[in-house]
Design a protein around this ligand. Structure first.
Ligand code: PEP
Ligand code: MN
Length: 354
């Protein structure tokens, strides 16, 4: 049982990136509460900043502002903890829910220290994905908290670091939270579009995608005066704007009615036959690769022929639009086929070794 089960999907968490003043925290909480759509108030007290000399949070005094704003509004409150001392102070202040930041999830020592500090309580913990796209690290953090006896654990998907991406601050790589759901079907996952996009104009688009992927909730940063925020100004919105955006979200049901299920099953079985054919073709293709491998072996030619490979890839990429497929997808499929083909030829070249 998670605190997230208390509310209907999507569970809504919002509030400033950082607590900056008592008035700012309370004003945000009251404005959010007035929308009637909010379930929990967030605010960072200790901010893990990538570069020094940025605003690093107000520290312990902010806990009181957060907890008081929670009392005033009846909202649950949540903050990020990054070490045992933070845990001790947050628990003492009466914070309802803790979250583990992306820069902490990457570090098993830090996660273990926090898990040991929380041991014996049953406070809910939301675990952000690590900054790098490593599912095992994310799963490992869940396991450390579980081993410490915590049962109310949920995930927050906030995207993954990349260098200079044209669109996102942190790329969503949706396949990773989807893989987390697969590995931990009972675990609820919240999406954090603010840190994925880094840009308020993209929040709705990413929130909609999260809803269509059946995420359980959203955590979006809000501030009474976003442009003057001391951290993450470009991605914050006013509570009023947040509310307008949430009104525009289309919530689709996860349940499938019987008549629709029949129609979907029919199409799915045709998709299944196509998949069968795809794999038959791939298998036939690998037989041809093996024939080429045999010739390469007999004539002492290297497996990798870069020029030829470049030609194959380019000719496929040129046709991405005709296939109605993205060039990224075509590239991924061709890379996978090439790797498998190299594996087959390696087996031919060096029988018994791969
Ligand atoms: C935050 O939620 O403000 C934050 C620092 O997030 P992350 O750990 O995802 O960078
Ligand atoms: Mn932030």
């Amino acid at each position: 049982m998670s605190w997230l089960d208390l509310y209907e999907r999507p569970v809504q968490i919002s509030g400033p990136c950082s607590a900056e003043s008592e008035e700012q925290v309370l004003q945000t909480a009251l404005d959010l509460k007035a929308t009637g759509k909010i379930h929990a108030l967030r605010a960072g007290i200790w901010k893990p900043r990538t570069r020094p000399n940025s605003f690093e949070g107000v520290g312990e005094v902010g806990l009181e502002w957060l907890v008081n704003a929670g009392k005033e509004t009846g909202l649950k409150v949540t903050t990020e903890v990054a070490n045992a001392k933070h845990v001790e102070m947050a628990l003492k202040a009466g914070v309802d829910i803790l979250w583990i930041g992306a820069r902490t999830t990457v570090n098993p020592f830090a996660v273990q220290e926090i898990a040991d500090a929380i041991r014996g309580t049953n406070i809910p913990v939301m675990i952000k994905n690590p900054v790098n796209p490593d599912l095992s690290l994310w799963l490992g953090a869940f396991e450390r908290f579980e081993t410490a006896g915590l049962t109310d654990l949920s995930g927050i998907h906030r995207g993954f670091s990349v260098y200079n991406h044209p669109k996102y601050r942190n790329v969503p790589s949706w396949e990773i939270p989807i893989a987390l759901k697969e590995r931990r079907p009972e675990t609820k996952i919240i999406c954090d579009p603010s840190h994925i996009t880094g840009n308020r104009d993209l929040l709705l688009e990413v929130s909609q995608k999260a809803m269509d992927l059946n995420f359980d909730g959203l955590m979006i940063e809000s501030h009474p005066d976003p442009d003057s925020a001391l951290s993450d100004a470009a991605q914050q919105v006013t509570p009023q704007r947040w509310s307008e955006m949430m009104d525009q979200l289309i919530l689709r049901s996860h349940e499938v009615s019987i008549d629709i299920a029949g129609k979907i099953d029919d199409i799915r079985s045709r998709v299944g036959s196509l998949d069968d054919r795809l794999f038959d073709l791939l298998s036939e293709r690998m037989l041809l690769s093996e024939e080429v491998g045999q010739l390469k072996r007999e004539n002492n030619i290297t497996i990798l022929q870069e020029e030829h490979w470049k030609k194959i890839i380019n000719s496929r990429l040129e046709h991405s639009d005709d296939y109605n497929l993205t060039s990224q997808f075509v590239r991924k499929v061709m890379d996978a086929i090439h790797q498998e083909s190299i594996r087959h030829q390696t087996r031919i070249m060096n029988p018994g070794k791969e």
